[in-house]
Design a protein around this ligand. Sequence first.
Ligand SMILES: [Zn+2]
Length: 80
Amino acid sequence: MHIAEIKIEDVWLEISIEKALKLSNKYLMRCAGCQGRVHANKPYSDGAAAQFSHAQAHSGCKLSLYHFEPPASRHPNPVS
Ligand SMILES: [Zn+2]
């Protein structure tokens, strides 16, 4: 996914992967779909694009392209 949420002064704001990669990793970021924690990943040398990935995979997340299994549900360890 290319959009996530970042916590700045107790407010969750939408952030793109391009911006997230420029920030220090002291900021907390979560998935806009399931609210599980995510990491910002740089592009891989094999051509894979920069993207956010769940710190802990969650098959109930509709934004999880390869692992989603309906029905959608909240992450078991949501970040708030
Ligand atoms: Zn998610």
